[in-house]
Design a protein around this ligand. Structure first.
Ligand SMILES: Cc1cc2nc3c(=O)[nH]c(=O)nc-3n(C[C@H](O)[C@H](O)[C@H](O)COP(=O)(O)O)c2cc1C
Length: 350
């Protein structure tokens, strides 16, 4: 993907002043879709569809790929669409244009997440290139992070990326609050493990390590060998799985060099989409600094746990994601569907 985009960008950068004037909007928007696909989404569901016509790209939430048990309000689904939107904006800016984006442009169509057009000429900044380069490098890391401290200034920069989109990233620094959050996370682990519907839904998105499927989560993303990954969907029903997960998540939350909760003032699709864009910018920034990142969202998915997170943070804002940052071991990239699987060029989209 990066190579094609770099080529497109190079061909546009033939002269300092006129490069982006030559940009074909449809080509740029198709490049933006390629980047959108690399966004994170819970269970790697990739809950998006695109329609491109005459210089206008539409991003639609694909609710058929929603998770009715873990995410009945589609909050995480909209968050993922917001992350995809971030990658699109970054790509269009990298190609030397502003991205004109209208979020939820049609009141009557709540799944119509955004309308995107290529806007005015704008010279790409260093930050644009840094974010752009990080798109294929970012991945969710579920390993224990090293104790190596995060450089000063990174925490505030991550928070700033989120604040730029009206959301907030609240860090948990003290051992007491981390312990309390770890306790809520493991409480949520237990609630989910006892829910047969949750286990069934999760099992449907688990994949073997040699899978041809282009969505879902392969075992290697959890550090599993091929034989273990093949067994994973069945192992979910075993009690030992719950205890392993609880011990692991307790460690991950307590040890994270930086642990933050993404919050929004309101709990509506517009807030989720914008927060998703800010979140992805923060994840890209972290990646550009060589930092790994990972989610621990079970405490958001279980309503009682989510209430407890609000009380712990003593806030009226709404928690959307729990994020860990730190230096960590490398992880492999997970698969994505192709542009042709998600992009239509028809006049109508159902
Ligand atoms: C809203 C949201 C919630 C997520 N929650 C979790 C989570 O609780 N635990 C986890 O391990 N990964 C979580 N993820 C990460 C996804 O599983 C991951 O993005 C997906 O599998 C694709 O992998 P990648 O991020 O490495 O590209 C979440 C991602 C998003 C966007």
């Amino acid at each position: 993907m990066t190579a094609t985009i770099e080529r497109a960008a190079e061909s546009l950068h033939c002269t300092a002043c006129s490069h982006s004037a030559k940009l074909d909007p449809d080509v740029a928007l198709e490049r933006a879709v390629e980047s959108a696909l690399r966004a994170p989404s819970a269970y790697n569901t990739q809950p998006w569809r695109f329609r491109l016509l005459d210089g206008t790209l539409e991003l639609h939430a694909d609710v058929t790929r929603g998770r009715q048990v873990a995410d009945p309000a589609n909050r995480e689904l909209y968050l993922a669409c917001g992350a995809a939107l971030a990658n699109m904006r970054v790509t269009i800016r990298h190609l030397g244009r502003e991205a004109d984006i209208a979020i939820l442009p049609d009141r009557k169509r709540p799944h119509f997440v955004a309308r995107i057009r290529v806007g005015a000429v704008r010279h790409p900044t260093l930050a644009d290139s840094r974010y752009f380069t990080a798109i294929p490098q970012r991945r969710s890391n579920r390993a224990r992070f090293y104790s190596r401290p995060i450089p000063l200034g990174v925490g505030p920069s991550l928070a700033q990326a989120v604040e730029g989109m009206g959301a907030s990233l609240r860090y948990l620094h003290s051992a007491n609050t981390r312990d309390a959050l770890a306790e809520i996370i493991t409480f949520a682990d237990r609630v989910q493990a006892q829910d047969a519907r949750f286990r069934l839904e999760l099992a449907a998105w688990l994949r073997g390590n040699q899978t041809d499927r282009l969505d879902g989560m392969p075992g290697f993303a959890f550090g599993l060998s091929a034989p273990m990954a093949a067994l994973a969907p069945f192992a979910l029903h075993a009690l030992s799985w719950t205890s392993i997960r609880v011990v692991r998540d307790d460690e991950l939350a307590r040890e994270a060099p930086l642990l933050g909760v993404l919050l929004t003032r309101n709990d509506e699709p517009r807030d989720w989409i914008m927060a998703g864009e800010g979140m992805e910018r923060a994840l890209l920034f972290a990646s550009s600094q060589g930092l790994a990142s990972g989610f621990m969202n079970q405490a958001i998915q279980v309503p009682e746990a989510r209430d407890r997170v609000r009380r712990l943070l003593n806030t009226t804002w709404w928690p959307l994601a729990i994020l860990r940052f730190g230096f960590g071991p490398e992880t492999r990239q997970t698969a994505r569907r192709a542009v042709t699987d998600v992009l239509v060029r028809d006049r109508e989209m159902a």
